[in-house]
Design a protein around this ligand. Structure first.
Ligand SMILES: NC(=O)C1=CN([C@@H]2O[C@H](COP(=O)(O)OP(=O)(O)OC[C@H]3O[C@@H](n4cnc5c(N)ncnc54)[C@H](OP(=O)(O)O)[C@@H]3O)[C@@H](O)[C@H]2O)C=CC1
Ligand SMILES: [Cu+2]
Length: 614
């Protein structure tokens, strides 16, 4: 497959003349200063990590690649003699045949010089130390704020391409202490776009000295690099590209695998495709620090991982190059995990909106000819939102109840739940957050209600009626109490829900231990459900029993919404009964009804004896 895609070998390919249009800064020893933010290149330099030329340790140090440690890769960067870095991909055959992929006809993957990869490993090792150093060295910053010159001993990295991504990458690499050489088809035109510390030259010259070369180009232009295959042999090519959704669906082979098939004598590493040019430029943030990396060659992967760390990101080992397809799919995903919960929320919203419309707008219009269509934008929405929030909240706790019932029924926890229940359990967080969102909107709408003309006219009209009826004091004690309790319970329910929402944020969740997390999510979540139920009941009060509230024979909306939450609350109450609680806790600790495992609870021998042979 790979060989078919390759372009013919081009041993005698001509090289373009090599003028040096880009400024090559005079090398100077590095002295590291404070962090800064400021303009360099197009959008301003970011805070890169200054680690160049100082740290010498890896593996043992805290900047040692977790990938290398986790996978048992030797820190020395040694490749066993005779073992090709690309042996796993069968590159030797392709390279020797010279018919398919780009590359010298005689080159094979077995010819790949390990020292080159070792050098790359050392390069990254140099860069990866002392992560807490200031991000950009003062020496690298010109008086005009642009990046000036890279230190002489800084390891050299190549970048092919001069587009948006290349420019951000170069800025960050320079800020992280690397020396960068950019390869462009037209260096004269593009040199001005890069910080002056970067050397901008023709592609052929740019790939000569660095061992690691970023290919910051689109896939369709990869084959235009075939003429450089001699010089690229044995080097690490970093594929940063992303396909479009259509391309991803159409092609079975990832961009990185395609690049590897074009250059069988190179080692291809997939990395950085999930990081946008903007993030590269502005610096990593908590949410998007992870950089998935995959390659068939552990040493190359380690070298790139350590560069990733040196640039302030977090490498994530995704295995061999076959995973590149999965890595390339990552930026294409649109809110994975939210589709079903969002559709569920939308479905519930539409159902309750139509139901409320029929009861509150259509029925008065049909029966009395009263136009209440003004209720559509605010009033009907505000009666719908709490229904959706409340039902969604109960749907967060219903699958847990169903799972417990299933375990009780089966008498074991070692049988898989049906797929639908599994999926439901996995989506509880998203359903809960959507419930919080609807509840928060309901609170906002309720605050805004008095601002509308409707409530103003209603108050004035009521006042006029009172005056005409010669009544001076309107005070219905029961209504006052109902509303006070109703409001207070609503605020408490929303407050508890916000606590749940906040603790579901990864940064907060990570700071809690398991017991704290489950207390908040399980116990407080249940409290929120009970508070919401009481809020709904005080809203409904006696209306469920009054005929006038059955419009078109449809019961009031709140009675419908009470259905699922009440089932959940009752079931939870049921599972708290000692007989169910003990059995459930035994099952969850490994006991099985008819299975091989006869489990005895240490604290309760008598009960264990009674139930172990049920
Ligand atoms: N932009 C982003 O935020 C991200 C981009 N990426 C990936 O990075 C790669 C580059 O993206 P981006 O910088 O936005 O793209 P651009 O179109 O801005 O840049 C592509 C560069 O490729 C070079 N190139 C080399 N050969 C050719 C050719 N034959 N035809 C056209 N251009 C050629 C050009 O540089 P020159 O003229 O100097 O040779 C050009 O500047 C893509 O694969 C993209 O998927 C990945 C993550 C994020
Ligand atoms: Cu409410």
């Amino acid at each position: 497959m790979a060989a078919d895609l390759g372009c013919p070998s081009d041993e005698g390919s001509h090289r373009p003349a090599r003028p040096r249009p880009g400024s090559v800064a005079a090398p100077e020893p590095a002295r590291w200063g404070g962090a800064r933010r400021g303009g360099a290149g197009r959008g301003g330099a970011d805070t890169g990590r200054d680690v160049g030329g100082r740290a010498r340790s890896v593996g043992g140090g805290r900047c040692g690649s977790p990938i290398a440690r986790g996978r048992g890769v030797r820190a020395g960067g040694h490749v066993p003699a005779g073992r090709s870095p690309r042996a796993g991909r069968g590159g030797a055959g392709r390279g020797a045949a010279g018919g398919g992929a780009c590359g010298p006809a005689t080159a094979s993957s077995a010819d790949l010089p390990p020292p080159r990869l070792r050098a790359a490993g050392r390069l990254a090792t140099q860069m990866s130390g002392e992560m807490d150093k200031p991000l950009i060295s003062r020496r690298l910053v010109d008086s005009d704020g642009s990046l000036a010159e890279a230190p002489s001993e800084a390891p050299k990295v190549g970048v092919l391409g001069s587009g948006d991504f290349a420019r951000s990458l170069v800025t960050r690499l320079l800020g992280s202490g690397f020396s960068v050489v950019v390869g462009s088809r037209n260096p004269k035109r593009t040199a001005g776009l890069f910080p002056s510390a970067a050397q901008v030259t023709f592609q052929a010259e740019a790939v000569d000295s660095p061992d690691v070369i970023f290919v910051a180009m689109f896939r369709e232009h990869y084959s235009s690099l075939c003429g450089l295959s001699d010089q690229l042999a044995g080097k690490i090519l970093v594929d940063v590209s992303n396909p479009t959704e259509q391309e991803h669906l159409r092609r079975r082979e990832s961009n990185a695998e395609y690049l590897a098939s074009l250059f069988p004598t190179c080692t291809v590493v997939k990395a950085f495709n999930v990081i946008s040019a903007w993030t590269l430029q502005s610096g990593p943030r908590d949410g998007n620090r992870q950089v998935p990396i995959c390659s068939d060659h552990p040493e190359a992967k380690r070298a790139v991982s350590e560069m990733v760390q040196a640039m302030g990101f977090m490498p994530m080992d995704m295995g061999s190059l076959v995973s590149a397809r999965e890595v390339e799919a990552m930026p294409l995903r649109l809110l994975p995990g939210w589709k079903v919960p969002a559709l569920l929320a939308l479905g519930l919203f539409i159902f309750f909106y139509v139901y409320n419309f029929v009861r509150d707008v259509l029925q008065p219009y049909v029966r009395d000819g009263k136009s209440k269509f003004y209720k559509l934008p605010v009033s009907v929405v505000n009666t719908t939102l709490p229904c959706v929030a409340y039902v969604l909240l109960s749907l967060v706790y219903l699958p847990g109840v169903l799972a417990a019932a299933l375990q009780l029924h089966r008498g074991t926890k070692y049988r898989r739940f049906p797929d639908w229940l599994d999926h439901w359990l996995q989506h509880r967080k998203q359903i809960g957050l959507l419930s919080f969102f609807c509840a928060a909107l309901h609170a906002l709408y309720s605050f805004c209600l008095p601002l509308g003309r409707v409530s103003r006219y209603e108050v004035v009209n009521l006042a006029i009626k009172q005056v005409l009826a010669n009544k001076s004091h309107l005070w219905i004690e029961e209504e006052v109490w109902r509303m006070e309790i109703y409001l207070s319970l609503g605020v408490l329910a929303l407050g508890t829900l916000s606590l749940l929402a906040v603790t579901s944020l990864p940064s907060i969740a990570n700071s809690l231990n398991w017991r704290e997390f489950s207390f908040v999510q399980s116990t407080l979540g249940f409290v929120a459900l009970v508070l919401s139920t009481l809020h709904t009941l005080t809203y409904g009060w006696t209306r469920a029993f009054e005929d006038s509230h059955y419009k078109f024979y449809l019961p009031p909306t709140f009675t419908l919404t009470l259905l699922v939450p009440c089932v959940v609350i009752l079931a939870k109450g049921l599972f708290l009964l000692p007989c169910f609680r003990h059995r459930l806790s035994k099952i969850r600790r490994g006991w099985e009804k008819d299975g091989a495992i006869k489990f005895t609870l240490p604290m309760d021998h008598a009960l264990a004896q009674k139930t172990s042979h049920v």
